[in-house]
Write a new protein. Structure first.
Length: 337
């Protein structure tokens, strides 16, 4: 699913990742398919619990087993299915071909090692440089992510960095080996607004310098609007809409996406009415309802929504929607408001 052409760097096909708990099977990711183009920034959005982070962790095969398990699917990078890789090959792949920036750097960085030690380790392992050469590369990386006085900071520990600087150090570690894909999972969650903007600008600028493709996972639709070319909207472990940023923002066809758009402040039009929140809460992933999983929160639901889950179909060129009534939105016979 995606744009026509052969410049895809990643293809995810029918991915299912489940967690087997005492209460039942949690279908965290349940049949996701998408692709990522060379040099593209893809945004993945949705409410908490929609499966965004599990999708990212599945790509790198970082799902804890047990209780988690990638049940089925394919993750194709450079012609290889990552789900078929052995442990040693996978270890060489992570941080080298695909890297990840995690939500909270304080829990990702080792508190007993200096920042430089943690960055150098990745460089030495994957690029086979001497420690002296790796230190020079580490310094360049700290400069690239705009950490002030990088020479002095080389031997600092994570607790000596501010939140924004720790995130910059995490980004330096992630780009150390010029990966083909950089996954940013809520990279600004714990930061204040000013630092958030700086980090996002940094990540966007690095795309040009490192020639990486980026997957940015967020619940902030403003971030997606500014930095992504395409957007995949997730709900209850599935993709419900997937298209360009302009299509998602200005002519979305899934009631969930429409609800997300109606619940944010718009600067391109007069905000005369109160924001309209989506009623209800996401369903339990252990006991999903029959038919469309969004129907109990959807004012457009009809009888067929109770019986059949709508397939993700291409309703117009490069615009995929999973809704029985998407055609009515397309024709204008249903009002989005």
């Amino acid at each position: 699913m995606g744009f026509s052409g052969n410049n895809k760097i990643l293809e995810v096909k029918n991915l299912r990742t489940y967690f087997y708990t005492d209460d039942g099977i949690v279908k965290a990711v349940d049949g996701i398919s998408f692709d990522l183009m060379v040099g593209e920034t893809l945004g993945i959005v949705g409410e908490t619990g929609s499966g965004k982070s599990v999708t990212a962790l599945s790509i790198l095969r970082l799902i804890p087993q047990p209780p988690g398990k990638i049940v089925s699917g394919e993750i194709i990078f450079d012609g290889r299915n990552l789900l078929e890789m052995g442990g040693a090959e996978l270890q060489n792949f992570r941080g080298n071909k695909i890297s990840m920036i995690f939500q909270d750097p304080m829990t990702s960085l080792n508190p007993v090692y200096t920042i430089s030690n943690q960055i150098i380790e990745s460089i030495v392992i994957h690029r086979k440089l001497s420690k002296k050469e790796a230190i020079k590369e580490c310094l360049k990386l700290l400069e690239m992510v705009e950490i002030p006085e990088p020479e002095r900071r080389l031997n600092s520990y994570p607790h000596e960095f501010s939140g924004g600087m720790r995130q910059r150090a995490m980004i330096a570690m992630a780009i150390a080996n010029s990966p083909g894909i950089l996954i940013a999972d809520e990279p600004t969650t714990a930061l204040d607004v000013t630092i958030q903007a700086q980090i996002l600008e940094l990540i966007d600028g690095l795309k040009t310098k490192t020639k990486s493709s980026i997957i940015i996972i967020t619940h902030d639709l403003g971030v997606v609007a500014k930095y992504a070319e395409r957007v995949m909207v997730m709900y209850a472990g599935r993709a419900v809409e997937f298209s360009t940023v302009d299509n998602i923002y200005y002519k979305s066809y899934h009631p969930y996406t429409i609800g997300l758009m109606n619940s944010i402040t718009r600067l391109d039009e007069d905000q005369k009415e109160r924001l309209k929140p989506i009623k209800g809460s996401p369903p339990s992933l252990i006991d999903l309802p029959n038919g469309c999983v969004f129907r109990k929160r959807c004012k457009y639901a009809i009888d067929v929504c109770k019986k059949e889950y709508p397939p993700l179909i291409e309703i117009e060129k490069n615009h995929f929607v999973s809704c029985h009534r998407a055609g009515e939105f397309l024709k204008g016979s249903l009002n989005r408001i």
